[in-house]
Design a protein. Sequence first.
Length: 116
Amino acid sequence: MKFSVLVAIVPEDQEQECIDAARDLGAGGMTVLSGRGISNTTKKTFFGLTYDGSQSLLLMVLEKGLSLDILKAIQHILMPGPDDSRGLVFTLPLEHLGGIDYSQVEKFEQHLKDSL
């Protein structure tokens, strides 16, 4: 079985929607970190204060085939229109992995059997 890590950088107000979509498709657990992005465009100011929207970073270890389904679901949430992107989602292959809960591996195996 091959694994990948899915990284999603999402606006804080869409965090729960992305988490729910990932769980509905079979993601077991994930790590959620708070952050803020720095864009190459000028930020809006309000009385001289610059507003940088809060973002969440979602990290998930997934079975490789499952990661593509979840990536597409999160991309659909983040890109409601062709020119409207509110975040970023990508996967990276994992070569070595230790410490994953065996019950999660069993769920991944079941997902593979169901998809055949």
